[in-house]
Every structure is written in structure tokens, then in C-alpha cells.
Ligand binder design. Structure first.
Ligand code: PLP
Length: 274
């Protein structure tokens, strides 16, 4: 698939020096899929595959400056947000995102898989009001869905009501892609869900890959969804293609020993295959 001329995606996210998550994963995903990507950094993290050790936020005004300069110059049609980190950064981005008329795909990064918080304590309200409220698509896993909706999501049956709450509260949302990897973990399959206002839910069931190499899967899925939407202009096609991309990457990355902890996806192995 060749990229339409004059379209590009901007990731606004944290940096992961081990290369598995954050802007590093976003840019690798854009490149593997074949779209041009930029990256504005919200926070530096010090981490490796064994966990996040420290976070150094970027000054809110400087985050806004990065984004403003890119938007003033490049043909950005899609913004993908990841780790925002602080209330100050969330607030500094609110007006820019409100004024942006393209797609905003929000990966609601709140907690790392090792349990380390990736959003400032008490930052949820500002994150919701400034980032989620301006998103056209959000990509929560079950835990993130529960945090955003403020209601427990213990099983499959609880998902639609939680999503409905979000769609009612945030009228800009055109899609909620819920990744179901943490659902029914004993099952050999995983179900992912695409909710769109006034449309029947789309459920895609696919094989579960049992692997320790899952670092950055949330970032990669949201970036793939943004890239495929840029290429297809369709939420539904982007959803199916992003799932297929994850399936390929998880399979190809299943057996490597990159790092001593939760290993990354090897995005370069998907180059030209998606
Ligand atoms: N963004 C950054 C900078 C991170 O460090 C992390 C996790 O450590 C994430 C996002 C979320 O990663 P995942 O895609 O594994 O949920």
C-alpha cells in the first residue's frame, strides 16, 4: 500500500530508551507500515525491559512548542497520543488538540505493565478534559477502559456499558477500540472490539500468542491503527489491519531474547510484510 501524498502522522508521547514502547515504538510502527511519522516528546523515561525506573517530564510550554512547529510545517492529518505524564503537559496540549481538525488517536497510557504510574497522581481529570475529550479514537485495554469510565470492567459483558459512558461524555469520539488481551486469559483466542456511535459493535477473535515479548504492544497497536487509518480513511479497515499487524509482530517476536525482562516487539521484521 503506498502512502497518499501529503499526509503524515505525529506521535505525542514519552521516550523509552530501550526502544520497545513510547515514541520509539510509534516511529518504528509508522515506518514498518509505510507512513511518514514525526514525534514530539512529552517525557523522558529511564527504563529497560525490566521496568520503568524514573520519569523526567518535559516542560509543558516546550511540549506545546514542538507540536506547534510540526503542525505549522508538515501535512499532519493524524495525531497519535501516548504517555502524557503530567497535568501541565495535558493542559498545554488541550487547545492545540481542540483546534486540530484531523484524527486524534489516543492510547490512554496511565500505568506501565510493571505497575509504575505513567500519569501524575490526580492527573486523570485533566487527562480526560484535554486529551480524551479531543480524541476521535481511543484504544483502551480493559484496565484503562475501567479507569477512563470510572466503573469496573471485570468481564466481557461489562464492556458495552463502559464504552457507552465514554461515547456519551466525549462527543468527538468516532471509535473506541478495546483490546481484550487481558480478558478470559485461559482461552486460546483473544477478542478485540470496535465500538462506533450508532453502529453495531465489531468483534474480531484471533489466536492468543503466549509470549513474554509484549513490551510496547499498546503503543504499537494505537500507532498501527493511526497509520492504517491514514492509508484507508476507514476505522473498520484500520482496526482489522492493526490487529493483523499485531498478530504478525507477536508471532515473529515470540522467541527472541532481547533484554532480560518483558521483551519488545521486533518491528523491523514486519518491514514490507504488512
Ligand atoms: N509509553 C512509554 C514512554 C512507556 O514507557 C510505556 C511503558 O512502559 C508505555 C508508553 C506503555 O507501554 P505499553 O504499550 O506496553 O502499554
Amino acid at each position: 500500500m503506498s502512502q497518499p501524498v501529503g499526509r503524515a502522522v505525529l506521535a505525542i508521547a514519552g521516550s523509552d530508551p530501550s526502544g520497545g514502547a513510547g515514541i520509539q515504538a510509534d516511529l518504528k510502527t509508522f515506518t514498518a507500515i509505510g507512513v511518514y511519522g514525526g514525534a514530539a516528546i512529552t517525557c523522558l523515561t529511564a527504563q529497560n525491559t525490566m521496568g520503568v525506573v524514573a520519569v523526567q517530564p518535559v516542560a509543558p510550554g516546550f511540549v506545546r512548542r514542538q507540536v506547534e512547529l510540526v503542525l505549522a510545517d508538515l501535512p499532519i492529518t493524524h495525531i497519535k497520543t501516548g504517555m502524557i505524564g503530567t497535568t501541565g503537559v495535558a493542559i498545554s496540549l488541550g487547545q492545540i488538540l481542540r483546534d486540530f481538525s484531523g484524527e486524534i488517536i489516543c492510547d490512554p497510557v496511565l500505568i506501565a505493565s510493571d505497575g509504575q504510574s505513567l500519569m501524575e497522581k490526580h492527573g486523570m481529570g485533566d487527562f480526560l478534559d484535554n486529551i480524551v475529550a479531543n480524541a476521535t479514537v481511543i484504544t483502551p485495554n480493559l484496565h484503562e477502559l475501567a479507569l477512563l469510565a470510572g466503573t469496573p470492567v471485570p468481564d466481557r459483558a461489562a464492556i458495552p456499558a463502559a464504552v457507552k459512558t465514554l461515547i456519551a461524555r466525549f462527543p468527538r469520539l468516532r471509535g473506541v477500540a478495546v483490546t481484550g488481551g487481558h480478558l478470559e486469559e485461559h482461552e486460546a483466542t483473544v477478542s478485540d472490539f470496535l465500538f462506533q456511535p450508532d453502529c453495531p459493535v465489531i468483534v474480531e477473535e484471533h489466536p492468543r500468542h503466549v509470549t513474554r515479548n509484549t513490551h510496547g504492544t499498546g503503543c504499537t497497536f494505537a500507532s498501527a491503527l493511526a497509520a492504517y487509518h491514514l492509508l484507508t480513511n476507514s476505522y473498520e479497515m484500520a482496526f482489522h489491519q492493526a490487529i493483523a499487524f499485531m498478530d504478525l509482530l507477536l508471532r515473529q517476536s515470540a522467541d527472541h531474547g532481547m533484554g532480560k525482562g518483558t521483551g519488545p516487539l521486533l518491528h523491523h521484521l514486519a518491514m514490507g510484510k504488512s
